[in-house]
Design a protein around this ligand. Structure first.
Ligand code: GLN
Length: 481
């Protein structure tokens, strides 16, 4: 059952081959047997899931089920869940229980899902390997000496290991696509403004967008249908109508124009990764698409631009964690200053502190023009580059990451920042983007990235689905001994 797609499980539930309560039992056993090797869950919510499963079975008995009724999922632990801990993988929020649900959580509940728990991530979504989590690293189910990616490492590892059929994720600078790529899964981030950010613990507000990680583009389409749409509670959310993504999956891709940025497949790219991507592109050509060489000339500066603006926004967002209203509070503060300083020093991990320093510096009077304003100007240039390329082609393709899943003992920090080079561009430009399984190098997965026009999620899902109808990379799953 853990190898099922959402669609396959839907059929099994609808034909009463299995009940939602039995589905819950199955996944619970998988998690309890194997998650100590993977560390994907921070909080398990079996009682909550049981109530949802019973409700799902009643709906099925009455013939009132929807596509996601009784489907087991997990939430990245930055989506607020009423009455259930939401930690953002930080000591700061170790015991935080939100008084309300995130809009994404609420919408998925209404769609009938069964939530098995809250999954691990980099602390406050800052990182690309899940090693900054207060709750420990996540192990890649393909090879546990390697990371599952980040920041949505728990989401990817849980789906890959067969603990849930899909998981919510977020993508500020690649955090949905890179872990999907590292775990041989399909991950999609929405256009900025497509999915409500209400109740999502913020990292960098002008970039943050929800995403989903599942096995197939089709499953992502079902999840996105439930998650997307305008929300009055998020002032950056758009009114653009949400299409039925699953109806668009089978459109022909004959004549599709695919832009291949020369900066993405340059001589610096690991030739083994390049070979996997080139094979995938050949497959698209065989399916009737045309490859067009394009240029994204500011690619070499996207990492510094992102790592200037995102920490600046983070430093402001994280100012609310002061030990007064909520979150970690130090013992016996001497005075208010001591309360602020020690609560923050104890509650935040190293990477988060580093970003608060970098961001505060970029926003300081002496550095503001030289760093923050400059980075904003270059961000505009990057967005213009992407939009101008996307006026000539339908989608952009290339590798999701220049690296294979890192070894657990590899160097993180700045080294890791550089590996965001292909993903952060879509965030700077606010565009929808995906990663789909495209092959393996040394037994480790490699993802193909597909970037689309704003609000054209339907197109990239369609393009991804077309590939998955012709290839079987996405069907390959790891075995957990
Ligand atoms: N690796 C990026 C970072 O560390 C990704 C973050 C994200 O998308 N949440 O900032």
């Amino acid at each position: 059952m853990k190898n099922y797609s959402i669609k396959a499980l839907r059929e099994a539930l609808d034909t009463k081959e299995v009940s939602s309560v039995e589905v819950l039992e199955h996944f619970k056993t998988e998690i309890e047997t194997h998650d100590q090797k993977i560390n994907s869950f921070i909080t398990k919510t079996y009682d909550h899931a049981l109530a949802q499963a019973q409700k799902a079975d009643e709906a099925i008995a009455k013939g009132e089920q929807k596509m996601l009724t009784g489907i087991p999922i997990a939430h990245k632990d930055l989506f607020c869940t009423k009455g259930i801990k939401t930690t953002a993988a930080s000591k700061m929020l170790e015991n935080f229980v939100s008084p309300y649900d995130a809009t994404v959580v609420e919408k998925l509940d209404q769609a009938g899902v069964m939530v098995l728990g809250k999954v691990n991530m980099d602390e406050f979504a800052m990182g690309g390997s899940n090693r900054t989590s207060h709750f420990g690293t996540v192990h890649n189910p393909w090879n546990r000496d390697h990371v599952a990616g980040g920041s949505s490492g728990g989401s990817a590892a849980a789906v890959s290991a067969g603990f849930a059929l899909a998981a919510t994720a977020s993508d500020t600078g690649g955090s949905t696509r890179q872990p999907a790529s590292f775990c041989n899964l399909t991950g999609i981030k929405a256009t900025y403004g497509r999915i409500s950010r209400w109740g999502m613990i913020p990292f960098a507000c002008s970039f943050d967008q929800a995403g989903v990680i599942a096995k197939t583009a089709e499953d992502c389409a079902y999840m996105f249908e439930a998650m997307a749409g305008h929300d009055a509670k998020d002032s950056t959310s758009h009114h653009v109508a949400v299409p039925k993504y699953s109806d668009l999956l089978n459109q022909s891709i004959e004549g599709l124009r695919i832009g291949i940025p020369k900066e993405f497949l340059s001589k610096d790219l690991d030739p083994k990764i390049a070979a996997v991507i080139e094979n995938a592109l050949k497959q698209y050509e065989a399916m009737g698409a045309t490859l067009v060489e394009v240029t994204l000339p500011n690619t070499d500066v996207v990492v510094p631009v992102y790592y200037t603006i995102a920490p600046a926004e983070a430093s402001s967002n994280l100012a609310c964690f002061d030990g007064v209203r909520y979150g970690h509070r130090c013992e016996n503060p001497q005075d208010l200053q001591d309360l602020y300083m020690r609560s923050r020093a104890e509650g935040f991990g190293e990477e988060v502190k580093k970003r608060i320093f970098m961001g505060t510096y970029a926003l300081s009077a002496s550095a503001y023009d030289a760093y923050y304003v400059k980075a904003q100007k270059v961000r505009r240039l990057v967005a213009n580059d992407y939009n101008s390329v996307l006026s000539q082609v339908d989608v952009i393709m290339g590798p999701t990451s220049p690296d294979l899943p890192f070894r657990q003992d590899s160097k993180g920090g700045t080294n890791e920042y550089l590996s965001d080079i292909f993903t952060v561009g879509a965030n700077l430009a606010g565009l929808p983007a995906m990663s789909i399984p495209a092959g393996f190098v040394e037994g480790l997965p490699v993802g193909l990235q597909i970037i689309g026009r704003a609000f054209d999620e339907g197109k990239i899902l369609n393009v991804a689905h077309a590939y998955q109808k012709e290839t079987d990379w996405h069907t390959k799953l790891p075995t957990l001994d």
